[in-house]
Design a binder for this molecule. Structure first.
Ligand SMILES: Nc1ncnc2c1ncn2[C@@H]1O[C@H](COP(=O)(O)OP(=O)(O)OP(=O)(O)O)[C@@H](O)[C@H]1O
Ligand SMILES: [Mg+2]
Length: 464
């Protein structure tokens, strides 16, 4: 569980979140505290300076003692501070209210001494002068008169207020943090679930597919990498299913294609052996069995070729040769058979000596497969071969005036075991010939195109 993406995401986000929140609260609190104490400090210093000038006026007899006391009293009251004016020996020279006594601890004594030496002492960390008394902060500054230090001014202000404010600020921050963490956690959980659920689903589906169980498409409504993964997975599933389907079809097709000729061969031989076929007919049926056996041989070769080509184990044995010569050889080889069917066989070479760099044996197989089709599916008219140079490449065209192929079937002709029409006995093909053609031409990075019209004929164009 701790290794899951889900957990890692949540843990990472939350840690990051907490760190950020802690850092921000720490800084904001410190800043707040500093700002606040600065302000207090300024107030105390101002009050100190004012007190000093009041004392100067008192010493100069500009104001009476009553006035002095009233002024200092008012200042203390307004600013919520306590002002003490101490003699150099730290005895109280002047204080706000009569019942106010100053308890002097060691810290204070040291600070008073420093002030006597002309230093300004600012204590902003709260101290409590007496047990149970409130926390205070204070300043101690020299009382200057005629450039002499004639005592010390001490001003105190309660600090509880500050503490209170800071506490409130911290509580507010914590509340905000908790709310933010709650919202953040919910958001993170949602995001994590959105990420991890599809991945989990894909992995489960993948397992099922591995076991051969069909699964529905993965549905992801986002538009991100996960959705891309889901789409790729669906693509892959489709491919696998299609391949599996194809494998089943091929097995079924192959066994069917092999069984049909074998059944008739066995049937004829049995007929002869059992004496069901008469002596006169024997040679006729043997001839059929012989043809069927030959066809079976060709078919097995085609099946092996397709399998080999498909496995990718076949490599091209390329050489430079004159294409016209190869075409002429094939022409001569098939001439007899074409003539037997009373068809015109025309070799039309627009350019002599077209040199190609290709696998001669395989190009020969291509030509023979295409010409065999023309021969098989043409009953009258002609079969023509054109050889020409085309945009620096070699172009071969085989044109027949045969049965033609329905337009909507042309796109499937290169599929394995696809046969387009039914011409009775003439079309006992397995539908492998053009698949072999296409694979070989593709291996040569060439192009093969078929154009055909029912009843008019077919044109196969190859560019190498
Ligand atoms: N020249 C053509 N004229 C009419 N139909 C054709 C022609 N060439 C191919 N076809 C159609 O295309 C189908 C596929 O051809 P392909 O050569 O792949 O298989 P096949 O000839 O039936 O069998 P195989 O070549 O394996 O013995 C044929 O069954 C046929 O219906
Ligand atoms: Mg064929």
């Amino acid at each position: 569980m701790f290794k899951s993406i889900y957990f890692r995401l949540v843990a990472t986000y939350l840690t990051l979140f907490l760190v950020i929140v802690v850092v921000i609260s720490f800084f904001s609190t410190t800043l707040f505290y500093k700002e606040f104490t600065n302000q207090i400090e300024d107030n105390l210093l101002n009050a100190g300076i004012k007190t000093n000038s009041l004392m100067e006026r008192y010493y100069n007899n500009d104001i009476t003692k009553t006035e002095l006391t009233a002024w200092i009293d008012a200042m203390g009251y307004i600013s919520n501070i306590r002002i003490y004016i101490l003699n150099p020996d730290a005895s109280i020279l002047q204080q706000i209210s009569a019942n106010d006594t100053l308890s002097v601890n060691d810290q204070l004594k040291t600070d008073i001494r420093s002030a006597m030496n002309g230093e300004k002492v600012i204590r902003m960390t709260s101290v409590s002068l007496e047990p149970d008394s409130e926390e205070v902060v204070y300043i101690a500054m020299p009382l200057e008169y005629n450039k002499n230090i004639s005592g010390v001014i001490m001003i105190f202000t309660p600090f509880t207020e500050v503490n209170q404010l800071i506490r409130e600020a911290i509580i507010t921050i914590i509340t905000v943090v908790i709310i933010v963490i709650l919202i953040g956690t919910i958001a993170i959980l949602r995001v994590s679930i959105n990420i991890s659920n599809p991945i989990k689903q894909i992995s489960e589906y993948a397992k099922s597919i591995g076991k051969g169980i069909n699964v529905p498409d993965v549905v992801i409504d986002t538009d991100d990498e996960i959705a891309m993964l889901g789409n790729s997975f669906n693509e892959m599933k489709k491919e696998i299913l299609a391949t599996e389907q194809m494998r089943k079809e091929i097995v079924a097709n192959v066994s069917h294609e092999l069984r049909t000729p074998l059944t008739s061969i066995i049937g004829f031989i049995k007929g002869i052996l059992d004496g069901v076929i008469s002596k006169e007919d024997e040679s006729k049926y043997l001839k059929i069995a012989y043809d069927e056996a030959n066809r079976l041989k060709d078919l097995t070769k085609d099946i092996v070729d397709v399998a080999k080509l498909e496995s990718g184990s076949v490599t091209l044995n390329k050489e430079k040769f004159v294409l016209n010569e190869l075409v002429q050889d094939v022409y001569i080889e098939l001439e007899e058979m074409v003539k037997e069917k009373n068809l015109d066989f025309i070799l039309n070479e627009k350019s002599k000596k077209i040199v190609v760099n290709a696998d001669k044996a395989k190009i020969r197989q291509v030509l023979i497969n295409i010409l065999n089709n023309s021969l098989k599916y043409t009953d009258k008219g002609s079969i023509s071969i054109y050889v020409e140079q085309f945009q620096g490449k070699a172009k071969m065209k085989i044109v027949d005036t045969g049965a033609g192929i329905q337009k909507d079937k042309i796109q499937y002709l290169f599929n394995k075991f696809f046969t387009a029409n039914d011409y009775g006995d003439a079309t006992t093909g397995a539908g492998l010939g053009l698949n072999i053609v296409k694979t070989i031409v593709d291996m040569h990075e060439g192009k093969v195109e078929i154009d055909s019209e029912i009843g008019k004929g077919t044109t196969v164009t190859i560019i190498l």
